[in-house]
Design a protein around this ligand. Structure first.
Ligand code: AHG
Ligand code: MN
Ligand code: MN
Length: 320
C-alpha cells in the first residue's frame, strides 16, 4: 500500500493528510539532494554558520530547511518551527496545524556518508495564538514521523494509531508500507549512549551503564552490546525495528545540563512514535510527552526504547 492510500484510508483529517504527503515529497527531494551533494558548489560547502543553539549549521541543514519551508508553504499549515530557525515562521493564515522539524538530524555524519534524516511533529493550534500553540506539550501531537536517508530511504509515521514503517520505492518515487504494526521488543540486550562522556554522567546513568557492562557476572546476569551512530534517527530506527535502549541524559557539561536533544523537534516526535510502538520515552522520571514546553529550542534528557530497560533506568533515577 502507498503512503497516499494509507492516509486516505486512515487519516480522518484531510488537511493533516495533505501536510504529511507534502513532507514526504520534501523528504524525497532532500534525499535526492544529499545524493548529489558533490554538485553543491564548493563555496556553499565551505559556508559555515551557527544556529540559535550555537551549533554549526552545514549547508545541507539550511538547504533541507528551505525545502521543507517550500513544501509547507503549499500545505494547510499556520506556522513552522525548526532547529534552523530562531523563532517560528508565521504563514499568516487561519490554518489549524503547526509543524516542528529537525530538517536534518545527525549533521555531523553528512561528510562521512552515515545515515542522517528529517524529523517532524504536527499539532493543532487548539484555538491558541501561534506563540502559545508552539509551547504545547508533546501529548498534543496529532502526528509525528522521521525519514532516514540511509542505504534505503525509510519513513516511520504515527497518526496515534500505532507506528508504521514505509520505504521509498525509487522507481515510482513513492513511499510504500513495509510494516503496518511496528512493535518494539519489551526487553533488549543492546544500549546506545555516547560512552566518551562517561565522566559527565549523573549517577543513575553511571549505575545503569555499569550494570550493563558487568554482563552476566554482574547484577543484570546477562551480557549487553552497544551501538551509537550519532544520528538520533538512525539509532531510533534500529530500536523501533529490533529493540534497544537509547540514552542521552543530562550531564555535567553546562551546555548539556538539560541534555543535548531538543524537546519539540527531536524528543517529542520520537517519543510519540516509540510509545505508539509499545516502547517508553522519558526524561529520567517523567514521560517525555508530559514535559512542559517553555520554548522551541528547549533541551531535554532523553531515554527511550524497550520498556523493560527504560523502567529499570527510571528506578535508578527515582532512587537518586
Ligand atoms: P543534529 O545534527 O540535528 O544537531 O542532531 C544531532 C544529535 C542527534 O542526532 C544525535 O543523537 C546526537 O546529536 C549525537 O550527539 P553526540 O555528537 O554528542 O554524540
Ligand atoms: Mn537532530
Ligand atoms: Mn539537525
Amino acid at each position: 500500500m502507498l503512503l497516499k492510500e494509507y492516509l486516505t484510508d486512515n487519516c480522518e483529517n484531510e488537511q493533516l493528510a495533505i501536510i504529511i504527503n507534502n513532507l514526504a515529497d520534501a523528504a524525497i527531494l532532500i534525499s535526492k539532494t544529499i545524493k548529489t551533494i558533490n554538485k553543491i558548489s564548493q563555496s556553499e560547502v565551505n559556508k559555515k554558520s551557527i544556529n540559535v543553539d550555537g551549533d554549526l549549521q552545514k549547508p545541507l541543514d539550511i538547504k533541507s530547511d528551505e525545502i521543507i519551508i517550500d513544501y509547507l508553504k503549499k500545505s494547510p499549515v499556520a506556522g513552522y518551527a525548526s532547529e534552523e530557525q530562531e523563532g517560528f515562521i508565521d504563514f499568516k493564515n487561519n490554518n489549524e496545524f503547526i509543524v516542528f522539524a529537525d530538517p536534518l538530524d545527525g549533521s555531523s555524519n553528512i561528510d562521512v556518508n552515515v545515515s542522517i534524516g528529517t524529523i517532524f511533529s504536527i499539532m493543532p493550534k487548539n484555538n491558541l495564538l501561534l506563540d502559545k500553540a508552539f509551547t504545547q506539550s508533546g501529548a498534543k501531537q496529532k502526528s509525528s514521523g522521521f525519514f532516514v536517508y540511509g542505504p534505503q530511504t525509510t519513513f516511520f509515521l504515527t497518526l496515534g494509531k500505532g507506528t508504521l514503517l514505509f520505504a521509498l520505492d525509487e522507481n515510482i518515487e513513492m513511499f510504500v508500507i513495509i510494516n503496518d504494526e511496528v512493535s518494539i521488543p519489551k526487553s533488549t540486550s543492546e544500549f546506545a549512549i555516547n560512552a566518551a562522556y562517561k565522566r559527565y554522567w549523573n549517577s543513575p546513568t553511571a549505575k545503569y551503564i555499569q550494570d550493563c557492562q558487568d554482563g552476566e557476572e554482574g547484577s543484570r546476569k546477562k551480557n549487553f552490546g552497544m551501538r551509537w551512530v550519532g544520528s538520533l534517527v538512525a539509532d531510533a530506527s534500529r530500536i523501533l525495528i529490533r529493540g534497544g535502549v537509547f540514552l542521552y541524559p543530562s550531564d555535567a557539561r553546562t551546555k548539556y545540563k538539560n541534555g543535548r536533544l531538543r524537546l519539540t523537534y527531536e524528543a517529542n516526535p520520537i517519543a510519540f512514535l516509540i510509545e505508539q510502538a509499545g516502547g517508553k520515552a522519558i526524561n529520567g522520571i517523567d514521560d517525555i510527552l508530559t514535559v512542559p514546553v517553555k520554548n522551541i529550542h528547549q533541551r531535554s534528557p532523553l531515554v527511550f526504547g524497550s520498556s523493560d530497560e527504560v523502567i529499570i533506568y527510571r528506578k535508578h533515577c527515582e532512587n537518586l
